[in-house]
Write a protein that binds this ligand. Structure first.
Ligand code: CMP
Length: 223
């Protein structure tokens, strides 16, 4: 629990109290963990693995709103406002999650307000990312949208070192397409083009962004 941003700052006794109310559940890759429109009152915290948050467009195309990994949470929206689930949550790999029921979570928040502050900080960060995504999906051309998706993945899950960013496991090309509002073919073509232009290097699932600042400057100025 020490490694979970939501609970990391709590005293040991407070963490122990939370454990009494947590259940753990496993999902295999591609399992749907939450369905959009379902009713729900539990909060999920990712212990192991990755999930994608998706909605379907009018034409039935999957749009990926976000990818969340270890230590991150989902399901807080329905828990807080009592509305139905706002999106689908699908396992991108085998996953283990901690689940907390609404009443337990709310009583924990009341006794430890720091959790509410951490939750609000994370929600503010998610709104910022969504605002950026709206901007680039509506303004940018396909090349820029793919570049922005690579930047987002780099910022969320890459390792920064000496101006380079290493992404150990790039999402599947179809998932990157669904994050960028483009096709898998365009992702494939753009990755080759970025490699030819010296922006990136690829080896299997690994991608290295060779000069993060330059890539960011070159593509964000074109919005
Ligand atoms: P809830 O609406 O209960 O169920 C779906 C969950 O997906 C939602 O809570 C959030 O936890 C998560 N979610 C919805 N939209 C986004 C987004 N734009 N970025 C990250 N997570 C989201």
């Amino acid at each position: 629990m020490q490694n979970l941003p939501l609970f990391g700052e709590l005293e040991e006794s407070e963490q122990k109290e939370i454990w009494n109310h947590v259940i753990t559940r496993s999902y295999t890759k591609s399992n749907i963990i939450l369905f959009e429109e379902d009713q729900g009152d539990s909060l999920f915290i990712i212990k192991k693995g990755k999930v994608k948050i998706t909605r379907l467009s009018e034409e039935g195309k999957e749009v990926i709103l976000s990818i969340l990994g270890e230590g991150e949470f989902f399901g807080e929206m329905s828990l807080l406002d009592g509305e139905s689930r706002s999106a689908n949550v699908i396992a991108l790999s085998d996953c283990e999650v901690f689940i907390l029921k609404r009443d337990n979570f709310l009583s924990i928040i009341k006794s430890t307000p720091q959790i509410a502050i951490t939750l609000l900080e994370e929600l503010a960060g998610r709104i910022r990312k969504s605002d950026q995504q709206i901007e680039y999906l509506s303004l940018a051309d396909a090349e820029n949208r793919v570049a922005m998706t690579i930047l987002r993945i780099a910022e969320e899950s890459g390792t920064f070192k000496m101006g380079k960013v290493t992404i150990e496991e790039l999402p599947m090309q179809q998932d990157m397409a669904n994050m960028s509002g483009t096709s898998r073919e365009t992702i494939s073509r753009m990755l080759s083009e970025f490699a030819d232009k010296g922006y990136i290097e690829r080896k299997g699932k690994k991608l290295v962004l060779l000069d993060y600042e330059k890539f960011k400057t070159d593509f964000s100025k074109r919005l």
